[in-house]
Write a protein that binds this ligand. Sequence first.
Ligand SMILES: *Cc1c(COP(=O)(O)O)cnc(C)c1O
Length: 377
Amino acid sequence: MKFLSKLIHGGISEDPHTGAVSVPIYQVSTYRQVSPGVHKGYEYSRTGNPTRAALEALAADLEEGIAGFAFASGMAAISTVLMLFRAGDHLILSSDVYGGTYRVMEHVFTRLGLSYTAVDTSKLEEVKAAITPRTRAILIETPTNPLLRITDIAAVSRLAREHGLLSIVDNTFMTPYLQQPLKLGADLVVHSATKYLGGHSDLVAGLVVVSREEFKERIHFLQNSVGAILGPQDSWLLMRGIKTLGVRMERHEENAGKIAAFLQGHPKVKKVYYPGLSTHEGHEIMKRQARGFGAMLSFEVESAEAAQKLLSRVKLITLAESLGGVESLISLPAAMTHASIPLEKREALGISDRLVRLSVGIEDVEDLIEELAYALD
Ligand SMILES: *Cc1c(COP(=O)(O)O)cnc(C)c1O
């Protein structure tokens, strides 16, 4: 089945009992057993729920893994994956991973005995140099937030395998419609499904998809043990969002390409970060490993005041954190999503107070450009 068809018919797409073309919301916690331990595959909804199971099968289909797991949030998914490790283990992280990933690593998992090194994973030598005898995994994001740095997934996965390490990719920004890390050699994929997969800024959810049987058992064990599962209502809502992922991503990206071109030609814009621009570092890698460039972009204006002014003048484009919804969202990373990173570190990463991030929605692009032109002038 081709990808667009899989979005509609993948996983378990109908109710086998009634023929309903949408999987019902099984709002239930427990299941009648025929005799002790004999049941129809479900015993308790933390362990398994039919609505969640349909979503999990769909997630596995889309990422071409062998099993998927749904969690209460992207952070619940990432935290559960981090519980694969034990005290003393060391991980390598992309230096500009999602703020929440950095926070849980730095303030929760290091307390439990994990250690990590954050490196620019777009430079393979830096990744290689950070490997120690205790290293167990490399966790990357590509493109990163907010500077859209590109890491070569196949190269990092190969390096990980050579050293007996796990490779984990946060695929939130791309979705499996544009990029499939497991096919490039990664072991595990994680998602904040809150973003493009859900697509409508109306739910919080996370997914993990695994490539091999051994991870399937371990992640299921952790999902059931820790219990940060996605409920049946949100599982259903997420499946509903995923059905239109393909058409949404096409329009998101088309709009983003046009806006990137507009910004690049604007005299008050100093620099545009968008992987679709041929001048963007990593553009060629992106062409090789993804089917598109996504719809996240950042740009620098002349001063902090200009950035503040721009953000106070937008209306149609919503000033808000998060990304990946049908509506365009704009933010100032230095004051919002990345405010918890100490100033010197933020400056070193290139996240200045002149940098504006835009999650391009699927509104009419002419309206978006008109508003940006007004807000910039
Ligand atoms: C939002 C986000 C997360 C965290 O997901 P939540 O659903 O908010 O818990 C993780 N990684 C990336 C890249 C994100 O954008």
